[in-house]
Every structure is written in C-alpha cells, then in structure tokens.
Design a protein around this ligand. Structure first.
Ligand code: NAP
Length: 285
C-alpha cells in the first residue's frame, strides 16, 4: 500500500505522546488520519484538527462510539493509558480489549498496538503484563495485527546540572545497559507498519534506538553540554510503589536480552541513538 493512496488510518491516543508521534509520522507520509478522542474540543484535539486530522468522539465504555469511529478505516493504531496502580491496570486492560472488540466489530483490516518492551510474556510487572494480556486478546481476535513494543522513552531521562557537572541518577545498577527509544521513532515505526511500508518480523518488533549503561548515558549528556558527567545508581527503595520497583527490576533484567536494534533500523533507518536524540531535540543543560 502506498501511503498517499492509503485509506483513513485511525489513531487512539493521538493527543498523547506516542499517538501524537504516530500522527506526525502518518501526516509526513501524507496519510489521511482520524483521531479517536474523548474530547474533540480540547486544545490538543483542536491542534490536530488544525493539521487536517479528522476527529471522532469516542468513549471507551461505549462500544458503539468506538465501532462507529473505526468504520471504513484501512488500519488502526492504539496505545493504552499509563497505569500506576493495580486498579488502573484493570482499567488499562478494559480499554485495550474494548478497542480490540471495536476493531473486530468494524472489520478493521490491520491493527498496530503500541505495547511495551518484554510484553511477549508475563514478567510479574503489572503494567507490562496488562499489555501482554491485551496482545494475547488481539492475537486471538483474528485481526491482522502487529505489536510495537517500546523500550523506555529517551524523553524520560532527566539529567541535572549540579555544581558545574551533569548528574544522572536512576534506580538501575551501574553496569546494566538501559534499552531506550525516542517517542518520535515509536511513531515512525508504527506508521510504517500501519501503512504497509514495512512488516514486523513475526508480528512484533521491540523498539530500541540505543542501549547504554547509566555512566554512558550521563557521558552522552555531558558531551553535549561540554561538562563532566557522573552517574549515581540509586537503590530500588527510592521508588514510591511496588509497581515502580517491578518496572525498574525488569529494565535491569532486559539488559541481558539481545535487542531488536537492527530490525528497528531496517524499518526506520534514521532511528535515533541517544546522542542523535540529544542533538535532534536541542537538549541543553
Ligand atoms: N514512558 C515510557 O518510557 C514508556 C515506554 C514504553 C511504553 N510506555 C507505555 O506508554 C503508555 C503511555 O503512552 P503515552 O506516554 O503516549 O501516554 P500519554 O502521553 O499520557 O497519552 C495518553 C493518551 O491516552 C488518551 N486517554 C487516556 N485515557 C483515556 C480514556 N479513558 N479514554 C480515551 N482516551 C484516553 C489521552 O487522551 P486525552 O487527551 O483525552 O487525555 C491521550 O491521548 C503507557 O501504557 C505506558 O506504559 C511508556
């Protein structure tokens, strides 16, 4: 399918970071985009409309609104909202499965789910296992589907300037390489799969643009700032919840697995490594 010739591509979460990046990439391909939003009058929804994105008002607890919004679309991109408590994890699964049901009802030809790194199986991380459950539900739905499983976003890194030095602190051992991806590239890879420009080998791709240890991440920011840099590995106990601690335990474990960096580059040759992301975003200390 050529992007310019593609039918309408529906995007859930378009007013957020990942969905917004999917829309950016689709519009770069001159695709026709329909955003499924809960409030079409919000500033973010209106900003999308101003760029030529069609808006469809939906409620995730109203299957008819979802199925109507997915009528006659060529492909559907969805993510699920952040879950920080076990109750929110339940809500996340409910939203994800409702979106799959709606895609089935509307006979959507192809679906791309923005999942999370490691969601190929349950790993004891509630807000990752939720995505595994949604992946399984999607797989069993009979829809043609692909999963894009993002590593942590580079955008989450927050080094500080302290006494003329760049300091990065994370609850991650000093020798564990953190896999990471820019939100921009999450959107680019998802768009390529939605438009049929690329295929995910085996139906899924783990999104990694770089993998670096804490000291290497700090050094990349320090190099950009022209300042010395230091990494401090914090204990997991600094994190406020069991759920957060489970997430960071998983990040450290993921360091032991080989990454799909080459697959990502095959789909999006300009995928950013951390130094490239720091340059591209104009990050300053
Ligand atoms: N942070 C990371 O490093 C990372 C890495 C991998 C995966 N993830 C996963 O990424 C997800 C978050 O993605 P994001 O950062 O793109 O989220 P985000 O920027 O917070 O955007 C959330 C989007 O979901 C919409 N939304 C939320 N609740 C909704 C509801 N009940 N009904 C309809 N729409 C709803 C929001 O719409 P409104 O404009 O209406 O609010 C918004 O468009 C989480 O599942 C997280 O686990 C995060």
């Amino acid at each position: 399918m050529k992007s310019e010739d593609s039918g309408t591509i529906a995007v859930f979460g378009a007013t957020g970071r990942q969905g917004g990046a999917v829309v950016d990439a689709l519009l770069n391909h001159k695709a026709t985009v329909r955003a499924l939003v809960r409030d079409p009058r919000s500033d973010r929804a209106q900003a999308l409309a101003a760029r030529g994105v069609e808006l469809a008002a939906v409620r995730t607890d109203d299957p008819a609104s979802l199925a109507a919004a997915l009528t006659a679309v060529e492909a559907f991109s969805f993510m699920t909202p952040e879950a920080n408590t076990l109750e929110e994890v339940e809500t996340e699964i409910r939203i994800g499965t409702a979106l799959v049901d709606a895609a089935v009802a509307a006979r959507v030809p192809h679906v791309v789910f923005n999942s999370v790194f490691g969601a190929d199986r349950e790993r004891g991380v509630p807000n990752h296992d939720s995505k595994h459950a949604i992946e399984e539900y999607l797989r069993k739905s009979g829809l043609s589907a692909a999963m894009v499983r993002s590593a942590p976003f580079m955008e989450e890194l927050a080094p500080k300037l302290e006494h003329g030095e760049i300091v990065l602190r994370l609850p991650l051992p000093e020798d564990a390489a953190l896999k990471m991806i820019s939100v921009r590239d999450v959107g680019r890879v998802a768009a390529a799969l939605l438009l049929g420009i690329a295929e995910a080998p085996g139906g899924a791709v783990e999104l990694v643009g770089d993998e670096l240890t804490g000291p290497e991440i700090a050094a990349a920011f320090g190099a950009r700032a022209g300042l010395p840099a230091r990494y401090e590995a914090l204990p997991l106990s600094v994190l406020p919840t069991d759920l957060d601690r489970a997430v960071f335990r998983q990040f450290a474990k993921a360091a032991e697995h080989p990454s799909d960096l080459a697959v990502v580059r095959a789909i999006e040759p300009a995928a950013l490594d951390l130094a490239g992301w720091i340059r591209a975003t104009g990050w300053t200390r």
